[in-house]
Design a binder for this molecule. Sequence first.
Ligand SMILES: C[S@@+](CC[C@H](N)C(=O)[O-])C[C@H]1O[C@@H](n2cnc3c(N)ncnc32)[C@H](O)[C@@H]1O
Length: 273
Amino acid sequence: MPTQLRLSPVQETLLLTLYARALDSRAPAPILGDTLASTVADRIAEDTGYDFAKLRLKRSLIASTALRARKLDDAIRQFIATHPHAVVVDLGCGLDTRLARCNPPVGVGWYNVDFPEVTELRERYSPDRSHLVAADVTEAGWVQSLPGDRPTMIVAEGLLPFLPGTSFQTMIRRLTSRLPTGELVLNGYTRFAAWAMKYHPSIKALGVDAAHGFDDPHEPERWNADLTLVAEQLLTRAPEVAAFPQPVRALTRLMAHSTAMSRQGTRVLHYRF
Ligand SMILES: C[S@@+](CC[C@H](N)C(=O)[O-])C[C@H]1O[C@@H](n2cnc3c(N)ncnc32)[C@H](O)[C@@H]1O
C-alpha cells in the first residue's frame, strides 16, 4: 500500500524545488549537482507514487532553481567560514538537502523550519543532524527555540511569495530582535514576478495563488528589522549561465543587458543585521 502524501498546495511547492534540483543533478552539466535531491525524489516517487511529471518543470526553472540554490549556499559557506560556531536557520526548508551540500563543521548549529507536515516528511525522507522546528513561520513563539546568543545566518529560499500580507517582514523583525547579529539571504521576487508566478505551469499545476514580493532591494531596510543591504545579485549575469541549456542561455544573456529585466528574473538579496 503506497504511503499518502498529505500536503497543502503551498507545502507541495517543496516537491517542485526538490525535483528541479534532482533534474539538474541528472543533466550532463549540472549547475548545483545535488545528487541527494535526486535520491530523495526517487524515494518519494517509489513510496507514494507521487507523479513528479505533473509539475511540468521547464528547463528554465530547473536551471534558475539550481543556480539560486548554489548562490545561497555560497553565502552560507562564507558566513560559516568566518563564524565556525554560527547558527544557520533555513526558513521554509521543505526537503532541501542544503545541510549536506554546505557540510558545515560540527560547531555550527543548523535549524530547519517548516510546517509540521513537512518536518515529518523530512524525518522520513531526508534525515540529517539539523534541529527540526515544526512551525508556521508567521506565528510568534517558535523563534524562542533558536539560540539567542550566536551569530546567525538566515536563509529563505522560495518562501517570500507564499507568506501573506506583511507577514514576511513581521517574521524577519521577530528574528532580528531575538538574534544578536547575522545575515539574511533570500531569493527576491519583484511584485510583478510574484504576481506572474501563479500563471507559471508548474505553480498552476499545484493551484497556488498567493504571491508577494517587493521591487526595491532597499525596501527591507525600512522594515524596522535593523537590516542593511549588502548585495543584490542578478543571476542573469552569473558566470554559471554559461552552463544553462539552449535556448535558456541565449534568453538569459539577452535579459542580462537590462537591470530592470534581470530583476524580474532570479536575484539573490543579501542583508546584514
Ligand atoms: C517553494 S517551497 C521551498 C522549499 C525549500 N526552501 C526549497 O528550496 O526546496 C516553499 C516552502 O515554504 C514552506 N512554507 C510556506 N509557508 C510557510 C509558513 N507559513 N510556515 C512554514 N513554512 C512555510 C512550505 O511548506 C514549503 O516547504
